[in-house]
Each structure stands twice: as structure tokens, then as C-alpha cells.
Design a binder for this molecule. Structure first.
Ligand code: ADE
Length: 230
């Protein structure tokens, strides 16, 4: 899968993608991350990428020309036909695991990171296919949300995670939160690992874990619990 990122702050991506599981996915050739600096595509002699909003108001708005030309460059140089272009914005659809799963089926994804008071609305009409928010709070830009999408989507692509890092049993599978995990030692600061996990009886272990998942989901996320019971 190829991620193409349109941003004013390309350096943010290099350090994150150079670590741990993301790094491994890139080295194995399973994921590719191409970062494009929108400023490089500005026709303005001072490389300006923003301007005052028509109608007045606080802050600056990103102008359409550099964004549109970055987009054209991406689709032309990478031979992409009808790309999904995701604009990260607090006004978007709230992100969740099922959206990550849906996007993970694409070959190419373009992520558009906004800044300032947002981008010119005509860009949304012309090129954006999806608007995504990572939650009900406002950040200074779309870079952290873009990294969240890249991370959560990449780990769903076969080969990025090792077998023992499997995502088969994890939170949000079947709308349940994950059961508690324990490792050595058996006793820590007077707290014991639940007996059933030491029993070697896999039927009982599975049953215990399933019940714990239900209990924790009911307590913490009644909204998910309702869906899980459907
Ligand atoms: N840009 C600023 N805040 C954001 C959010 N919550 N989600 C996605 N993009 C954003």
C-alpha cells in the first residue's frame, strides 16, 4: 500500500516512519510513504500557501493552487487513477477501526493535512473523497491525525505485524474491548495472576477472557456493548 501525504511539515513523518513496526513495514516493501511539501508547489514568488479569508474573520486559509498542483503531481507521477483523498479535519466523520479496515483495502491513499483555519472549500469539491476526524477536539494541523491513520491502517496489512503481534484478538473486534493481559512474574507487589491463566485449560481460558471482555466493555463503553449484544 502506498500512502501519499500532502503537508506543510514533511519532517514530522520521517521520524515516525523510521521507527519500530512502521519501519519494518517500509523495509519489507509492504508499505510505502511518500511525503510532498505543499509549499514546493506554490506558484507564488514567496512560496506563500495561505491568505486572508474572503468575508473576513480570524486566521488564514490555505489557498487552493498549491494543494491542487501537489495532487496533480502525485497522481501523474504515481499513475493513480481515481485515488481516495482523505482530508483530516475536525469536521469529518469520526475515525474508528472499521474505517481503518475499509481503507486498508486500497492500493493508494492520499492524505491531505490542513493548517491554519482550514483549506479553501473548492479543494474539497475538486479532489477530496473523504473527510476524517480523529475525535472531538481541535489540533493545530492534520499531521498527527494522518500518522494515526497510517499507523492503524498499516498494521492491518498482511505482513506488517509478526505472527505474535497478531490483531486477531484485540480491542474493537466484535465491538468488544480486549481482556486484561498478564506476564511474568506470577506474583507482583502482592498481586497474583488469575489462576485460570496458569491452568493450561484453553477452553476455560477463552471463556474467562471472553467474559472479561464483556465486563470491561459494559463498564467502560456501554455504546459498544449495545452493538456487541446485537
Ligand atoms: N485537524 C485538527 N483537528 C483535527 C481532528 N480532531 N481530526 C482530524 N484532523 C484535525
Amino acid at each position: 500500500m502506498r500512502f501519499h501525504i500532502m503537508t506543510l511539515f514533511p519532517d514530522i513523518f520521517n521520524s515516525y516512519m523510521g521507527e519500530s513496526i512502521m519501519k519494518r513495514g517500509v523495509e519489507k516493501g509492504i508499505i510505502e510513504v511518500n511525503v510532498y511539501n505543499i509549499r514546493d508547489f506554490s506558484n507564488n514568488k514567496h512560496k506563500k500557501v495561505d491568505d486572508y479569508p474572503f468575508g473576513g474573520g480570524a486566521g488564514m486559509v490555505m489557498t487552493p493552487q498549491p494543494i491542487y498542483d501537489t495532487y496533480k503531481h502525485i497522481i501523474e507521477t504515481n499513475n493513480i487513477e481515481k485515488p481516495r483523498v482523505i482530508y483530516l479535519t475536525p469536521k469529518g466523520k469520526v475515525y474508528k477501526q472499521s474505517i481503518a479496515q475499509d481503507i486498508s483495502k486500497e492500493e493508494d491513499i492520499i492524505l491531505l493535512c490542513g493548517h491554519y483555519e482550514g483549506i479553501d472549500e473548492r479543494i474539497l469539491e475538486l479532489i477530496v473523497t473523504d473527510e476524517v476526524s480523529i475525535g472531538d477536539y481541535v489540533l493545530t494541523g492534520g499531521e498527527l491525525p494522518a500518522l494515526i491513520l497510517i499507523d492503524s491502517i498499516s498494521r492491518l496489512i498482511p505482513g506488517v505485524l509478526n505472527q505474535n503481534e497478531s490483531f486477531e484478538e484485540e480491542s474493537f473486534k466484535d465491538n468488544l474491548l480486549e481482556y486484561p493481559q498478564y506476564t511474568r512474574p506470577r506474583e507482583f507487589m502482592g498481586l497474583e495472576v488469575p489462576e485460570v491463566l496458569l491452568s493450561g485449560n484453553h477452553k476455560n481460558i477463552d471463556e474467562w477472557r471472553h467474559n472479561e471482555s464483556i465486563k470491561i466493555t459494559k463498564e467502560r463503553r456501554p455504546d459498544l456493548y449495545k452493538k456487541a449484544c446485537k
